[in-house]
Design a protein around this ligand. Structure first.
Ligand code: SF4
Length: 315
């Protein structure tokens, strides 16, 4: 039985600026106001991150009725609907919004175009909290399509003022195909000036494309609920590479590595680097002797924290 020889690390991989910011918001809220801090939904879709914050005093809830009066509440990076926002305000919580600014940008666009009379076609995955949050920016007028077949079925009330928006963490190639189908059916549809799919999703998918040409197996570190992590695994499979997604190093199975010389390793935008390191150690224990990073797009973007959680400048 041959063993893996080399691990090739994707770059970029792991945390994006929106995830960094969301986790920091919860950590700072814990420091400033003390435990417990309530968080609506998993702050980001990663088991390790959620458990770590739970240990520090965060309580994750789905329904606002579970949050006691006067509590501090953080909205997750995926964003919330207007109804959730209004209910949280009405209940009088101290609120910090960890919605990724790139998701908020889509919300702002929807609100602005709705005022001009637009109806929307949203490309996304049904039931994902980001989709619920974006669709919930309006009471009606956003139609969800998940694939090309849905585009043929969708029935907007009018087609003169129609705009397309997308979830930020889709497969870039699938979204392009679905958008093309929307354009073919509704030629005057308005498309975002810059795609709604975020830079982090795009860059991590680009890195998997580069890596897939060089490896026999792809491992993606990410939780099953993480949209962008799932898309990375699917992309490698589409490119003809066997690929597995693992939430932790313990999930790696020795039989995956049989006959494999080079292993590609990446991580979704919500997966911390510590898990990547643990996966590297485990693959080394299975025989890999070298680790090499395949250079890719450098990411320097950082998002500011909300007011009230910034460190005050020393006087
Ligand atoms: S994956 Fe993209 S949209 Fe989601 S938190 Fe990261 S930067 Fe924001």
């Amino acid at each position: 039985m041959s063993q893996p020889q080399e691990i090739l690390l994707a770059e970029p991989r792991g945390f994006c600026a929106g995830v960094d910011r969301a986790i920091e918001i919860v950590e700072r809220a814990l420091q400033k106001f003390g435990a417990p801090i309530h968080v609506r939904h998993e702050i980001v879709h990663n088991t390790y991150v959620v458990n770590d914050l739970k240990a520090k005093g965060a309580i994750f809830i789905e329904e606002l009725a579970e949050v006691p009066p006067g509590a501090t509440l953080v909205f997750s990076a995926h964003g919330v609907s207007k109804a959730v926002q209004n209910e949280a305000e009405a209940r009088g919580f101290r609120i910090f919004d960890a919605t990724c600014p790139l998701v908020s940008k889509v919300h702002v666009e929807v609100a602005k175009l709705a005022q001009e009379g637009y109806e929307f076609i949203m490309i996304g995955h049904k039931g994902h909290p980001e989709v619920e949050g974006t669709m919930g920016q309006l009471e009606h007028g956003i139609h969800l399509v998940e694939d090309v077949a849905d585009v043929a079925r969708v029935q907007p009330l009018q087609t003169k003022l129609l705009a397309v928006v997308t979830q930020t963490t889709l497969s870039v190639d699938d979204a392009a195909e679905i958008t093309a189908a929307v354009r073919a059916r509704f030629p005057s549809v308005r498309e975002p000036k810059q795609q709604d799919i975020c830079y982090a999703t795009q860059n991590r998918q680009d890195a998997v494309k580069v890596l897939s040409a060089q490896v026999d197996l792809m491992i993606v570190v990410g939780s099953p609920t993480s949209s962008n992590s799932n898309r990375l695994r699917e992309l490698a499979v589409k490119l003809g590479i066997p690929a597995y997604m693992v939430d932790s190093a313990e999930e790696l199975r020795p039989e995956w590595f049989e006959g494999v010389t080079r292993v590609g390793l990446t991580a979704g935008a919500s997966a911390p680097e510590i898990l990547v390191r643990q996966v590297v150690d485990r693959i080394k224990a299975l025989g890999a002797v070298s680790v090499r990073t395949v250079p890719g797009m450098e990411e320097t973007i950082k998002f500011p924290l909300p007011k009230g959680l910034k460190i005050e400048a020393a006087v």
